[in-house]
Design a protein around this ligand. Structure first.
Ligand SMILES: *[C@@H]1O[C@H](CO)[C@@H](O)[C@H](O)[C@H]1NC(C)=O
Ligand SMILES: *[C@@H]1O[C@H](CO)[C@@H](O)[C@H](O)[C@H]1NC(C)=O
Ligand SMILES: *[C@@H]1O[C@H](CO)[C@@H](O)[C@H](O)[C@H]1NC(C)=O
Length: 269
């Protein structure tokens, strides 16, 4: 057993080094380190970046450690094998239970406006043209929440419709920490107002669980969602991505009647 795991260790190293070969099945390439018979080592590919920066995956993985709003426990046991081959089923079938605002997710106007919720402004009503298109990734000065002054200093040109705001949250790796942290950086009310009144930004992306700073999270959300024109994408994974212009592709689930949905977002350079 010991020699097998040592072998597996070298195998993983060499698979990771052979970055060009995808799709590839370990064991089929010559020089690859597949074992024989039923000992073949299967190593699934896991990537954050494809083709040296052509595609960046900016959604977080769903794991038990993913932080959850106001929780110390994280997502914990959200996923289980409802039917399992080990128990005689023909296939493995997982089931899960998560809040709709878990991990990288999108808010619909019904999140803080009950009349919008009742009128059906759910995630299925969000405009895919806004969730997909040219996007600016900017670095926010690390010493403050996003106030009007900070917004001014970013000099985001008119005509820019989508902006992802990278903050201190990314440096602090808050989305990788299980315990919810109220000291995350977000928009202050004057910053949100400034954005609404002085820019053409209709998609706001942030790097922790809420676009609005914790102190007055509800009030600050109201500023964004009132017009029903602004889409908030929260909990993005923005580490390791150079600031600049990208094509953003974000697709929420079609959860009819829900004011939020997990969302898969990628940037294409
Ligand atoms: C099926 O589920 C078992 C656990 O019961 C797991 O060990 C196994 O890897 C799964 N098989 C596949 C093909 O995913
Ligand atoms: C298999 O079934 C047993 C008995 O119902 C249960 O205790 C066990 O957790 C199940 N295992 C898996 C992998 O589903
Ligand atoms: C941002 O605001 C939070 C309160 O919501 C506070 O705890 C935190 O220190 C502020 N961050 C910065 C960088 O000023």
């Amino acid at each position: 057993m010991k020699s097998l795991s040592l072998f597996a260790f070298f195998c993983i190293i060499s698979v990771a080094a052979a970055s060009t070969a995808y799709p590839s099945v370990p064991g089929l390439d010559s020089g690859d380190c597949g074992l024989t018979g039923d000992e073949i080592l299967l190593v699934p590919p896991r990537r954050e970046v494809y083709d040296a920066g052509r595609i960046f995956d900016i959604s977080h993985k769903y794991t038990p450690e993913l932080p959850v709003w106001e929780s110390k426990e994280g997502l914990a046991n959200f996923l289980w094998l409802a039917v399992s081959m080990k128990n005689g089923s023909r296939a493995n079938g997982s089931a899960m239970q998560i809040g709709a605002h878990t991990g990288t997710h999108v808010d619909a106007p019904g999140h803080f406006y009950d009349n919008y919720f009742d009128a059906g402004f759910d995630v299925d009503s969000l405009d895919l043209r806004l969730l997909n298109g040219l996007t600016l990734l900017v670095d926010v000065p690390r010493d403050a929440n996003i106030t009007a002054e900070v917004m001014k200093s970013l000099n985001i040109p008119k005509g820019v419709n989508r902006v992802l705001f990278r903050t201190l949250n990314t440096d602090r790796r808050l989305m990788f920490k299980k315990e919810f942290d109220t000291s995350y950086v977000g928009f202050m009310e004057d910053g949100a107002k400034w954005l609404v009144e002085n820019t053409d930004i209709k998609l706001v992306g942030v790097d922790y669980l809420s676009a609005a700073a914790y102190v007055n999270s509800v009030e600050f959300h109201l500023v964004f969602l009132e017009s029903r024109e602004i889409i908030l994408v929260e909990g993005l994974k923005l580490d390791g991505v150079p600031a600049g212009l990208y094509s953003l592709n974000c697709l929420p689930l079609r959860l009819v009647g829900s004011e939020a949905s997990p969302i898969r977002c990628i940037l294409i350079g």
